[in-house]
Design a protein around this ligand. Structure first.
Ligand code: 9UX
Length: 72
């Protein structure tokens, strides 16, 4: 069953920043869909929790160089 994870992302200043994060999330196994909004500093990720965890989603964001804060 797919779940939705929301993450606040600090430090993005242009659409290339948000695209970088989005692409990183979309490349993870278990991620069905990922959208990153620059204006709201939020990522919304549809994912399969049996395959990928919250923590792995957070780690993927932080590896792109931005701060990740779990919302839900
Ligand atoms: Mo835009 Mo983001 O020129 O690190 S890619 S600021």
């Amino acid at each position: 069953t797919l779940q939705i994870c929301r993450i606040r992302i600090k430090g993005m200043t242009c659409t290339s920043c948000s695209r970088t994060v989005e692409t990183a999330l979309q490349g993870l196994r278990g991620v069905q869909k990922a959208q990153v909004a620059l204006a709201t500093e939020e990522a919304e990720i549809q994912y399969e929790p049996k395959i990928v965890t919250h923590n792995q989603l957070m780690k993927a964001v932080e590896e792109t160089g931005f701060e990740a804060i779990l919302i839900s």
